[in-house]
Design a protein around this ligand. Structure first.
Ligand SMILES: [Ca+2]
Ligand SMILES: [Ca+2]
Ligand SMILES: [Zn+2]
Ligand SMILES: [Zn+2]
Length: 147
């Protein structure tokens, strides 16, 4: 998660003042009870309203909650903002964990242009061979795949 967090911070720093205000505005929108932080209920409610149901996954909320206090402060939601903007919301096809850092992806599925989604696995599921996929699948980690 640390890498995405760093990327999100860099991304935020380069936003225009207007976009920064927008980010602050969406944070306040999410914070229904105005206590300055987003709890899981507020989080799920807001993303459902935006039809962003893939992001309502509790494993993503947990990953975003850096200090583990059960709610998101503004700094923690910047990462969510970044994930939404960049479309980098990937979950393990096997155990549904949010893929925060390195993950494995099926090379063949990745290369199929007509395929809308890739077949991604967390290291645990890939290493533990807990998945079922086509027999001839070749998996690469995301760094190798994109280079
Ligand atoms: Ca709140
Ligand atoms: Ca927190
Ligand atoms: Zn997994
Ligand atoms: Zn595949």
């Amino acid at each position: 998660m640390e890498e995405i967090r760093r990327a999100a911070e860099a991304y935020y720093e380069n936003l225009s003042d207007e976009k920064k205000r927008n980010a602050r505005f969406s944070f306040n929108e999410m914070d229904k009870n105005g206590d300055g932080k987003i709890n899981l209920d507020e989080y799920v409610e807001c993303l459902k309203k935006d039809n962003n149901t893939v992001l309502t996954h509790p494993s993503l909320f947990t990953a975003l909650d850096k200090d583990g206090n059960g709610s998101l402060d503004f700094e923690e939601t910047i990462v969510l903002y970044y994930i939404m903007q960049s479309g980098r919301a990937l979950f393990c096809k096997c155990c549904d964990t949010f893929l925060a850092d390195v993950y494995f992806s099926c090379f063949q599925c990745f290369c199929l242009d007509e395929s809308p989604s890739t077949y991604d696995l967390c290291c645990d599921c890939y290493g533990g061979k807990r998945f079922t996929h086509h027999d001839d699948a070749i998996f690469w980690d995301n760094y190798t795949l994109l280079s």
